[in-house]
Ligand binder design. Structure first.
Ligand code: UGA
Length: 441
């Protein structure tokens, strides 16, 4: 099938590459010429396991092309995917400017039947707004062209995006148009494993499903973080509680890990946007508001622990920070708890020696050469002379370090672990002061 994807961010690039991988003819359009040049050289702007191979292979085979030429993009695909960013507005609602601009461009150039697919995470009612934008564009040209607007939200996780796309748990298609639904059915059939993964529904339900999934997952995390705070105060161990409740299949083990707060480009933005949608229809979303508040508070947890340990005297101290990205296997630092922690440490007059397996360039791009930040090229180097180690992201590399050797490098054997990686008894035996989340010290 001929497919056009607007937007070459995480979602657009993975979608385009994976559709090409199963034999489709894909053109990706982006307004950022620099990005398109890089992609045309086979240089992938983001770190995502497995993505580079898929992009390079399909580009070389001629099934995946990158361009800034919007008109050519519109002419190419019968299926037009909108996968551009929807950043939060000041009031938390999703900013649809880019989505509607693409809709306008499609209307400006289309001459035959198109299926316009909303892939970006967009609030309920966006398909209607896309339709209005397209109708306006067609009316301005004085032409009538048949088309459909479909909602097909993406559920991929950063760090596992290619796998998630190639082996989806479900594909949601929101459409009121039978022809469009059939086309998407054929498009996605190569990705069905064992059974049909397609779930069809009306457009609005599909739009809400995306927010519902992320809000539910964020709720699970905030719930566990809240329990971790209670566990601290009643002398319980949240890790035992986690295992205890996860054994109930109605609860399950997934996404109940307490930590330093959720980050990333999706949960914070989507919880806020859904709350905004609720307010707009005169409903007070109490639970969603609490999910966000608990998460904001949780992002201060590790810093508060550090401050308590050092009795408030942080000025002049140095901290080794392991893990800067918002989660492992990505270089993405959007809303990363590590960023908030480093900023709090700097405000308190402390300095940071930081290491991350993939996010060093991103950290440099965000914070530059600033006082109080030394970027180190190994986990060991970050420890040199530091008053304590702080772990903010659970990269595998950090799971089984040489604690004896670490003690030699650190000024004092103190670890603040924002991801509960280690056994507290083992570390106590080694002479470490070990602070985790919701676990007795
Ligand atoms: C999330 C969803 O998991 C995807 O299904 C969705 O498609 C995506 O958002 C999106 O809307 O695009 P992602 O943001 O890549 O994916 O990352 P997650 O793996 O969900 O992790 C989000 C945050 O939650 C991370 O900061 C992680 O450390 C934290 N987390 C996750 C916990 O603190 N505890 C857990 O048990 C799980």
């Amino acid at each position: 099938m001929r497919i056009t994807i607007f937007g070459t961010g995480y979602v657009g690039l993975v979608t385009g590459a994976c559709f090409a991988e199963v034999g489709n003819d894909v053109v990706c359009v982006d307004v950022d010429g620099g990005k398109i040049d890089r992609l045309n050289r086979g240089d992938i702007p983001i770190y995502e396991p497995g993505l580079e191979g898929v992009v390079v292979r399909n580009r070389e085979a001629g099934r995946l092309r990158f361009t800034t030429d919007t008109a050519a993009g519109v002419h190419h695909g019968q299926l037009q995917f909108i996968a551009v960013g929807t950043p939060p507005d000041e009031d938390g609602s999703a900013d649809l400017r880019h989505v509607l601009t693409v809709a306008g461009s499609i209307a400006e150039h289309m001459t035959d039947y198109k299926v316009i697919v909303d892939k970006s995470t967009v609030p309920v009612g966006t398909a209607d707004r896309v339709r209005e934008a397209v109708d306006r564009g067609l009316a301005a040209r004085g032409v009538t062209v048949d088309y459909a607007v479909v909602s097909n939200p993406e559920f991929l996780k950063e760090g596992a995006a290619v796998d998630d796309f190639m082996k989806p748990e479900r594909v949601i298609i929101g459409s009121d148009d039978a022809r469009a639904r059939d086309l998407l059915h054929s498009l996605y059939s190569p990705f069905n494993r064992n059974h049909d993964r397609l779930i069809s529904m009306d457009v609005r339900s599909a739009e809400l499903t995306k927010y519902a999934a992320n809000a539910m997952l964020a709720t699970k995390i905030s719930f566990m973080n809240e329990l971790a705070n209670i566990a601290d105060r009643v002398g319980a161990d949240i890790e035992r509680v986690r295992i205890g409740i996860g054994s109930d299949p109605r609860i399950g083990y997934h996404f109940i890990y307490p930590g330093a707060g959720y980050g990333g480009s999706c949960f914070p933005k989507d919880v806020q946007a859904l709350a905004r949608t609720a307010h707009d229809v005169d409903y007070v979303p109490q639970l969603l508001q609490a999910v966000e508040e608990v998460n904001d508070r949780q992002k201060h947890y590790v810093f508060n622990r550090i401050r308590e340990h050092f009795a408030g005297h942080l000025s002049g101290r140095c901290f080794a920070v392991w893990g800067l990205s918002f989660k492992p296997n990505t270089d993405d630092m959007r809303e990363a708890p590590a960023g908030r922690l480093m900023e709090s440490l700097w405000e308190a007059g402390a300095s940071v020696r930081a290491f991350d397996p993939k996010a060093m360039a991103e950290t440099r791009a965000i914070y530059g050469e600033r006082e109080g930040l030394v970027l180190c090229d190994s986990p060991e180097a970050a420890l040199e002379g530091a008053d304590a180690l702080v772990i903010m992201t659970e990269w595998n590399l950090f799971r089984s370090p040489d604690f004896e050797a670490m003690r030699e490098r650190l000024a004092a054997p103190v670890i603040f672990d924002g991801r509960n990686l280690y056994d507290p008894d083992y570390l106590a035996d080694l002479g470490y002061a070990y602070y985790a989340i919701g676990r007795p010290v």
